[in-house]
Design a protein around this ligand. Sequence first.
Ligand SMILES: O=P(O)(O)O[C@H]1[C@H](O)[C@@H](O)[C@H](O)[C@@H](O)[C@@H]1O
Ligand SMILES: [Mg+2]
Ligand SMILES: [Mg+2]
Length: 280
Amino acid sequence: MADFQRVMDHAVAVARKAGEVVREALSDDRKVMTKSSAVDLVTQTDQKVEQLIIQSVKEKFPKHRFIGEESVAAGEACILTDDPTWIIDPIDGTTNFVHAFPFVAISIGFSINKQVEVGVIYSCLEDKMFTARRGKGAFCNGEPLQVSDQTDIHQAIICTEFGSNRDPEVVDKMFCSLRNILSLPVQGVRGAGTAAINMCLVASGCVEAYYEIGVHVWDFAAGSLMVTEAGGVLMDVDGGELDLMSRRIIAANSRTIAERLVKEIAPFRLPRDDAPPQKQ
Ligand SMILES: O=P(O)(O)O[C@H]1[C@H](O)[C@@H](O)[C@H](O)[C@@H](O)[C@@H]1O
Ligand SMILES: [Mg+2]
Ligand SMILES: [Mg+2]
């Protein structure tokens, strides 16, 4: 049985160290590369930070497994087992990082038996350390977090992101959902440019919900626990149970708001995170 406090303490320490690397890299020129599309960006800092985190964890927890965004991009399988697993997004908000747009996070989730037990998200340009352990609450810089108590969708702010998929039919579906939700009306639609920070905004009570189709398990593993430990709920965009590998999520302050969004979101499916690699 892993010592979850020891895991949390290490995740906080390495996230803070990674945040220093990210802040320093902001003053250098950032060599930008692309992955699944011309707007799916990655930098050497993403790769350097992921290796820093993984190497540090291997020294302390040699038997643990990893799902890292950039390791998967380099060809490693994205398979979640019952084993103790660190689910790492070294820079969530890479496009923001490239543009020095001030919302950039290191997101570290830890799961056992396919259940997230520890979540750490360091918003490193705001110097906000978000932490959660299952059953023990969610915190920002040590202060407890609580979701909003607003259940009227017409008085809500909703967060979403448009991802990096620019296929016309996907863009049409995303805009259909956005139009439906905006026209309810809701008081606002926002996007920090990072799933992890959007979920911290839900946990902090600043917005009522975040939804996205196209997001990956490393984007939201830590944030999923932040939201539930702050009193929120998680759901698939079709109202079913959240599936960590499905690339679809609603994270909301309440079932009322979540279920209202289900009625407005035009659902579609993308290849799962654990789908076998597509033959080139
Ligand atoms: O910045 P990364 O880690 O790539 O994650 C973001 C992803 O690139 C975007 O496509 C999503 O819309 C965001 O929610 C992710 O945070
Ligand atoms: Mg990400
Ligand atoms: Mg990333």
